[in-house]
Design a binder for this molecule. Structure first.
Ligand SMILES: Cc1ncc(COP(=O)(O)O)c(C=O)c1O
Length: 363
Protein backbone atom coordinates (compact mmCIF):
# COMPACT_ATOMS: atom_id res chain seq x y z
CA UNK A 1 0.00 0.00 0.00
CA UNK A 2 1.21 3.52 -0.70
CA UNK A 3 2.48 5.39 2.33
CA UNK A 4 3.87 8.83 3.10
CA UNK A 5 7.56 9.11 2.20
CA UNK A 6 10.03 11.35 4.02
CA UNK A 7 11.92 13.84 1.88
CA UNK A 8 15.06 12.62 0.14
CA UNK A 9 18.09 12.60 2.43
CA UNK A 10 16.23 12.16 5.69
CA UNK A 11 16.59 8.39 5.90
CA UNK A 12 20.34 8.82 5.28
CA UNK A 13 20.59 10.58 8.65
CA UNK A 14 21.96 8.50 11.51
CA UNK A 15 20.07 9.93 14.51
CA UNK A 16 22.21 11.94 16.92
CA UNK A 17 23.02 9.97 20.06
CA UNK A 18 23.53 12.31 23.02
CA UNK A 19 25.86 11.61 25.96
CA UNK A 20 24.39 9.14 28.42
CA UNK A 21 22.81 10.62 31.53
CA UNK A 22 21.63 7.24 32.84
CA UNK A 23 23.24 3.82 33.33
CA UNK A 24 21.33 0.70 34.30
CA UNK A 25 22.14 -0.34 37.87
CA UNK A 26 23.48 3.10 38.83
CA UNK A 27 21.20 5.45 40.68
CA UNK A 28 23.62 8.35 40.43
CA UNK A 29 26.12 8.67 37.63
CA UNK A 30 29.13 10.80 37.02
CA UNK A 31 28.51 12.39 33.64
CA UNK A 32 31.46 13.66 31.61
CA UNK A 33 29.76 12.93 28.30
CA UNK A 34 28.23 16.18 27.05
CA UNK A 35 30.72 19.02 27.61
CA UNK A 36 28.42 20.63 30.15
CA UNK A 37 29.85 23.36 32.39
CA UNK A 38 31.67 21.77 35.35
CA UNK A 39 30.43 24.35 37.85
CA UNK A 40 26.73 24.04 37.02
CA UNK A 41 24.62 27.16 36.42
CA UNK A 42 25.27 30.66 37.73
CA UNK A 43 23.41 31.22 41.03
CA UNK A 44 22.03 34.43 39.50
CA UNK A 45 20.58 32.44 36.59
CA UNK A 46 18.98 29.98 38.99
CA UNK A 47 17.39 32.81 40.95
CA UNK A 48 15.99 34.42 37.79
CA UNK A 49 14.68 31.03 36.65
CA UNK A 50 12.90 30.44 39.98
CA UNK A 51 11.32 33.89 39.92
CA UNK A 52 9.55 32.98 36.72
CA UNK A 53 7.52 30.17 38.23
CA UNK A 54 4.34 32.21 38.65
CA UNK A 55 4.42 33.43 35.04
CA UNK A 56 4.30 30.12 33.20
CA UNK A 57 0.96 31.00 31.58
CA UNK A 58 2.56 33.88 29.66
CA UNK A 59 4.08 33.51 26.22
CA UNK A 60 7.74 34.49 26.17
CA UNK A 61 8.91 37.64 24.41
CA UNK A 62 9.05 36.40 20.83
CA UNK A 63 11.57 39.06 19.88
CA UNK A 64 13.45 38.50 22.63
CA UNK A 65 14.35 42.16 23.09
CA UNK A 66 15.80 42.30 26.62
CA UNK A 67 17.99 39.25 26.07
CA UNK A 68 19.38 40.59 22.79
CA UNK A 69 20.09 43.94 24.48
CA UNK A 70 21.88 42.15 27.34
CA UNK A 71 23.99 40.06 24.93
CA UNK A 72 24.73 43.19 22.91
CA UNK A 73 25.86 45.09 26.04
CA UNK A 74 28.06 42.24 27.31
CA UNK A 75 29.76 41.66 23.95
CA UNK A 76 29.69 45.18 22.50
CA UNK A 77 27.45 44.16 19.58
CA UNK A 78 24.43 45.72 17.87
CA UNK A 79 21.37 43.97 19.34
CA UNK A 80 19.52 44.07 16.01
CA UNK A 81 22.18 41.75 14.56
CA UNK A 82 21.66 39.09 17.21
CA UNK A 83 19.31 36.17 16.57
CA UNK A 84 18.56 33.85 19.49
CA UNK A 85 17.69 30.18 19.27
CA UNK A 86 16.60 27.13 21.22
CA UNK A 87 20.22 26.15 21.71
CA UNK A 88 22.76 26.87 19.01
CA UNK A 89 21.62 23.57 17.49
CA UNK A 90 18.43 25.30 16.41
CA UNK A 91 20.43 28.10 14.82
CA UNK A 92 22.56 25.62 12.89
CA UNK A 93 19.31 24.14 11.56
CA UNK A 94 17.76 27.54 10.88
CA UNK A 95 20.78 28.66 8.86
CA UNK A 96 20.60 25.45 6.81
CA UNK A 97 16.86 25.96 6.20
CA UNK A 98 17.40 29.56 5.12
CA UNK A 99 20.43 29.07 2.87
CA UNK A 100 20.63 25.48 1.58
CA UNK A 101 18.36 22.95 -0.07
CA UNK A 102 18.28 20.13 -2.60
CA UNK A 103 21.21 20.28 -5.03
CA UNK A 104 23.29 22.43 -2.67
CA UNK A 105 26.42 21.42 -0.78
CA UNK A 106 27.22 22.16 2.84
CA UNK A 107 30.88 21.97 3.74
CA UNK A 108 32.32 20.92 7.10
CA UNK A 109 35.50 19.33 8.44
CA UNK A 110 36.07 15.59 8.65
CA UNK A 111 35.41 15.35 12.39
CA UNK A 112 33.24 18.49 12.57
CA UNK A 113 30.29 18.80 14.96
CA UNK A 114 27.70 16.21 13.89
CA UNK A 115 24.75 18.53 13.62
CA UNK A 116 26.28 20.12 10.50
CA UNK A 117 25.89 17.06 8.23
CA UNK A 118 22.66 16.05 9.99
CA UNK A 119 20.94 19.37 9.32
CA UNK A 120 22.41 19.58 5.82
CA UNK A 121 20.72 16.27 5.01
CA UNK A 122 17.54 17.33 6.80
CA UNK A 123 17.10 20.21 4.33
CA UNK A 124 17.91 18.00 1.34
CA UNK A 125 21.41 19.36 0.79
CA UNK A 126 24.57 17.27 0.47
CA UNK A 127 27.13 17.44 3.28
CA UNK A 128 30.73 17.49 2.08
CA UNK A 129 33.52 16.63 4.56
CA UNK A 130 37.03 18.04 4.09
CA UNK A 131 39.91 16.05 5.58
CA UNK A 132 41.67 17.43 8.63
CA UNK A 133 45.36 17.54 9.43
CA UNK A 134 46.29 16.32 12.92
CA UNK A 135 42.62 16.42 13.91
CA UNK A 136 42.57 20.10 12.92
CA UNK A 137 40.65 21.93 10.20
CA UNK A 138 42.77 22.34 7.08
CA UNK A 139 42.02 25.58 5.24
CA UNK A 140 43.40 24.37 1.90
CA UNK A 141 41.48 21.10 2.09
CA UNK A 142 38.29 23.07 2.75
CA UNK A 143 38.87 25.60 -0.03
CA UNK A 144 39.61 22.95 -2.62
CA UNK A 145 36.20 21.38 -1.92
CA UNK A 146 34.25 24.53 -2.64
CA UNK A 147 32.14 24.20 -5.78
CA UNK A 148 29.48 26.32 -7.43
CA UNK A 149 26.98 24.36 -5.33
CA UNK A 150 28.56 25.20 -1.96
CA UNK A 151 26.22 27.38 0.11
CA UNK A 152 27.43 27.08 3.71
CA UNK A 153 30.67 26.17 5.49
CA UNK A 154 30.19 25.26 9.15
CA UNK A 155 33.36 25.40 11.23
CA UNK A 156 33.44 24.84 14.98
CA UNK A 157 36.31 26.82 16.53
CA UNK A 158 37.43 25.01 18.60
CA UNK A 159 35.87 21.91 17.15
CA UNK A 160 33.89 19.34 19.08
CA UNK A 161 34.91 16.49 19.53
CA UNK A 162 38.57 17.19 18.64
CA UNK A 163 39.12 20.33 20.77
CA UNK A 164 41.50 21.78 18.16
CA UNK A 165 41.19 25.24 16.62
CA UNK A 166 42.16 27.35 13.65
CA UNK A 167 44.26 30.36 14.70
CA UNK A 168 42.88 33.76 13.71
CA UNK A 169 45.11 34.29 10.64
CA UNK A 170 44.02 30.91 9.27
CA UNK A 171 40.38 31.76 9.84
CA UNK A 172 40.91 35.04 7.98
CA UNK A 173 42.64 33.17 5.15
CA UNK A 174 39.68 30.77 4.98
CA UNK A 175 37.15 33.61 4.68
CA UNK A 176 39.30 35.37 2.08
CA UNK A 177 39.56 32.20 0.01
CA UNK A 178 35.83 31.50 -0.02
CA UNK A 179 33.59 32.95 -2.69
CA UNK A 180 31.62 35.87 -1.19
CA UNK A 181 28.32 34.06 -1.71
CA UNK A 182 29.35 31.17 0.56
CA UNK A 183 28.15 31.68 4.13
CA UNK A 184 30.86 30.94 6.70
CA UNK A 185 29.41 29.91 10.07
CA UNK A 186 31.99 30.03 12.87
CA UNK A 187 30.59 28.07 15.80
CA UNK A 188 32.35 29.39 18.91
CA UNK A 189 30.45 27.29 21.46
CA UNK A 190 33.50 27.07 23.76
CA UNK A 191 34.78 30.65 23.31
CA UNK A 192 34.51 31.68 26.97
CA UNK A 193 37.01 29.02 28.01
CA UNK A 194 39.74 30.42 25.79
CA UNK A 195 42.30 33.08 26.64
CA UNK A 196 44.81 32.64 23.81
CA UNK A 197 45.60 35.72 21.80
CA UNK A 198 45.65 33.84 18.49
CA UNK A 199 42.09 32.61 19.04
CA UNK A 200 39.17 34.14 17.16
CA UNK A 201 35.44 33.59 17.60
CA UNK A 202 34.90 34.86 14.07
CA UNK A 203 33.36 38.10 15.37
CA UNK A 204 35.85 40.30 13.48
CA UNK A 205 34.95 38.49 10.28
CA UNK A 206 31.27 39.25 10.84
CA UNK A 207 32.24 42.87 11.54
CA UNK A 208 34.41 43.02 8.43
CA UNK A 209 31.13 43.52 6.63
CA UNK A 210 31.17 40.98 3.84
CA UNK A 211 27.58 40.09 4.77
CA UNK A 212 28.55 36.43 4.59
CA UNK A 213 29.86 35.38 8.00
CA UNK A 214 28.02 34.28 11.15
CA UNK A 215 29.31 33.70 14.68
CA UNK A 216 27.41 31.19 16.85
CA UNK A 217 27.50 31.14 20.66
CA UNK A 218 25.77 29.13 23.36
CA UNK A 219 24.72 29.25 27.00
CA UNK A 220 25.10 25.45 27.22
CA UNK A 221 28.80 25.28 28.05
CA UNK A 222 30.53 27.68 30.46
CA UNK A 223 27.17 29.25 31.40
CA UNK A 224 25.94 25.85 32.57
CA UNK A 225 22.45 26.26 31.10
CA UNK A 226 22.24 23.34 28.66
CA UNK A 227 18.84 22.27 30.03
CA UNK A 228 17.24 25.60 29.14
CA UNK A 229 18.38 25.54 25.49
CA UNK A 230 19.72 28.96 24.60
CA UNK A 231 22.11 29.98 21.86
CA UNK A 232 22.65 33.09 19.78
CA UNK A 233 24.05 34.14 16.46
CA UNK A 234 25.81 37.39 15.56
CA UNK A 235 24.95 37.96 11.92
CA UNK A 236 24.88 40.55 9.13
CA UNK A 237 21.67 42.64 9.26
CA UNK A 238 20.30 41.03 6.11
CA UNK A 239 20.88 37.56 7.50
CA UNK A 240 19.03 38.53 10.69
CA UNK A 241 16.08 39.59 8.55
CA UNK A 242 16.11 36.25 6.73
CA UNK A 243 16.42 34.14 9.89
CA UNK A 244 13.70 36.13 11.68
CA UNK A 245 11.26 35.35 8.86
CA UNK A 246 11.76 31.61 9.18
CA UNK A 247 12.32 30.94 12.89
CA UNK A 248 9.54 29.81 15.19
CA UNK A 249 7.84 32.86 16.71
CA UNK A 250 8.66 31.86 20.32
CA UNK A 251 11.82 29.85 19.76
CA UNK A 252 13.48 30.87 23.02
CA UNK A 253 11.50 30.15 26.17
CA UNK A 254 10.90 32.65 28.98
CA UNK A 255 13.01 30.76 31.53
CA UNK A 256 15.98 30.70 29.16
CA UNK A 257 15.60 34.42 28.46
CA UNK A 258 15.40 35.39 32.15
CA UNK A 259 18.22 33.08 33.23
CA UNK A 260 20.35 34.14 30.26
CA UNK A 261 20.05 37.84 31.09
CA UNK A 262 21.01 37.17 34.71
CA UNK A 263 23.91 34.89 33.74
CA UNK A 264 25.37 37.54 31.41
CA UNK A 265 25.71 39.79 34.46
CA UNK A 266 27.51 37.16 36.50
CA UNK A 267 30.98 37.97 35.24
CA UNK A 268 32.59 36.49 38.37
CA UNK A 269 30.92 33.12 37.71
CA UNK A 270 32.22 32.94 34.14
CA UNK A 271 35.71 33.88 35.35
CA UNK A 272 35.52 31.06 37.89
CA UNK A 273 34.44 28.61 35.16
CA UNK A 274 37.38 29.63 33.02
CA UNK A 275 39.86 29.44 35.90
CA UNK A 276 38.55 25.97 36.76
CA UNK A 277 39.04 24.81 33.18
CA UNK A 278 42.50 26.41 32.97
CA UNK A 279 43.48 24.34 36.00
CA UNK A 280 41.82 21.00 35.15
CA UNK A 281 42.04 20.73 31.35
CA UNK A 282 45.85 20.41 31.38
CA UNK A 283 45.69 18.18 34.46
CA UNK A 284 43.26 15.80 32.76
CA UNK A 285 45.29 15.77 29.53
CA UNK A 286 48.59 15.16 31.37
CA UNK A 287 47.24 12.44 33.66
CA UNK A 288 45.66 10.57 30.75
CA UNK A 289 48.81 10.92 28.64
CA UNK A 290 50.81 9.53 31.59
CA UNK A 291 48.74 6.34 31.24
CA UNK A 292 50.25 5.87 27.80
CA UNK A 293 47.20 7.14 25.87
CA UNK A 294 47.32 9.76 23.11
CA UNK A 295 45.47 12.98 23.95
CA UNK A 296 44.62 15.45 21.20
CA UNK A 297 45.61 19.00 22.32
CA UNK A 298 42.35 20.73 23.26
CA UNK A 299 41.38 24.31 24.10
CA UNK A 300 37.77 23.43 24.98
CA UNK A 301 36.38 21.94 28.21
CA UNK A 302 37.04 18.39 27.04
CA UNK A 303 39.76 16.11 25.70
CA UNK A 304 39.74 13.57 22.90
CA UNK A 305 41.65 10.42 23.83
CA UNK A 306 42.92 7.78 21.43
CA UNK A 307 42.96 4.13 22.53
CA UNK A 308 44.84 1.14 21.11
CA UNK A 309 43.10 -0.80 18.32
CA UNK A 310 43.32 -4.10 20.19
CA UNK A 311 42.85 -5.20 23.80
CA UNK A 312 42.64 -1.79 25.53
CA UNK A 313 40.10 -0.43 23.04
CA UNK A 314 37.93 2.66 23.34
CA UNK A 315 34.82 0.46 23.54
CA UNK A 316 36.31 -1.58 26.39
CA UNK A 317 37.42 1.59 28.21
CA UNK A 318 33.94 3.01 27.86
CA UNK A 319 32.42 -0.13 29.34
CA UNK A 320 34.92 -0.15 32.20
CA UNK A 321 34.06 3.47 33.04
CA UNK A 322 30.34 2.74 32.77
CA UNK A 323 30.76 -0.08 35.32
CA UNK A 324 32.07 2.57 37.71
CA UNK A 325 29.04 4.75 37.01
CA UNK A 326 31.01 7.17 34.79
CA UNK A 327 29.84 8.19 31.33
CA UNK A 328 32.11 9.72 28.71
CA UNK A 329 31.42 10.10 25.01
CA UNK A 330 32.08 7.41 22.40
CA UNK A 331 32.70 9.22 19.12
CA UNK A 332 32.34 6.49 16.52
CA UNK A 333 29.64 8.56 14.85
CA UNK A 334 32.34 11.18 14.16
CA UNK A 335 34.48 8.63 12.36
CA UNK A 336 36.57 8.17 15.51
CA UNK A 337 35.82 4.61 16.68
CA UNK A 338 39.12 4.37 18.60
CA UNK A 339 38.60 7.52 20.66
CA UNK A 340 36.59 8.71 23.64
CA UNK A 341 35.79 12.33 24.46
CA UNK A 342 35.98 13.25 28.13
CA UNK A 343 34.57 16.49 29.59
CA UNK A 344 36.41 18.43 32.29
CA UNK A 345 34.40 18.06 35.50
CA UNK A 346 34.83 18.97 39.14
CA UNK A 347 38.06 17.91 40.83
CA UNK A 348 36.60 14.70 42.29
CA UNK A 349 35.06 13.82 38.91
CA UNK A 350 38.34 14.37 37.08
CA UNK A 351 40.17 12.22 39.59
CA UNK A 352 37.50 9.52 39.34
CA UNK A 353 37.73 9.28 35.55
CA UNK A 354 41.55 9.18 35.64
CA UNK A 355 41.43 6.49 38.38
CA UNK A 356 38.96 4.53 36.23
CA UNK A 357 41.18 4.78 33.16
CA UNK A 358 44.29 3.89 35.18
CA UNK A 359 42.60 0.74 36.54
CA UNK A 360 41.44 -0.13 33.01
CA UNK A 361 44.92 0.25 31.54
CA UNK A 362 46.45 -1.80 34.37
CA UNK A 363 43.76 -4.50 34.25
C1 LIG B 1 30.55 22.99 18.52
C2 LIG B 1 29.18 22.91 19.09
N1 LIG B 1 28.20 23.62 18.53
C3 LIG B 1 26.96 23.59 19.01
C4 LIG B 1 26.62 22.80 20.08
C5 LIG B 1 25.20 22.78 20.52
O1 LIG B 1 24.99 23.54 21.64
P1 LIG B 1 23.55 23.95 22.12
O2 LIG B 1 23.36 23.26 23.43
O3 LIG B 1 23.61 25.44 22.24
O4 LIG B 1 22.54 23.53 21.11
C6 LIG B 1 27.59 22.04 20.71
C7 LIG B 1 27.23 21.17 21.83
O5 LIG B 1 27.89 20.25 22.21
C8 LIG B 1 28.90 22.09 20.19
O6 LIG B 1 29.88 21.35 20.73
Amino acid sequence: MAKPAPRPGILAIAPYVPGRGKLPGHEKILKLASNEGALGPSPKAVEAYRKLAGELHRYPDGDPYDLRQAIGRRHGLAANRIVCGNGSDELIMLIARCYAGPGDEVLHTEHGFLMYPIFARAVGATPVAAPERDYTADVDALLVRVTTRTRILYLANPNNPTGTYLPAPELTRLRAGLPPEVLLVVDAAYAEYIGRNDYSTGQELVDAGGDNTIMLRTFSKIYGMAALRLGWAYVPAEVADVMNRVRNPFNTNAAAQAAGIAALDDVEFIARGKAHNDRWLPWLADEIAALGLKVVPSIGNFVLVEFPRTAKTAAAANEALNRRGITVRPVGAYGLPHHLRITVGLEAENRAVVDGLAAFMRG
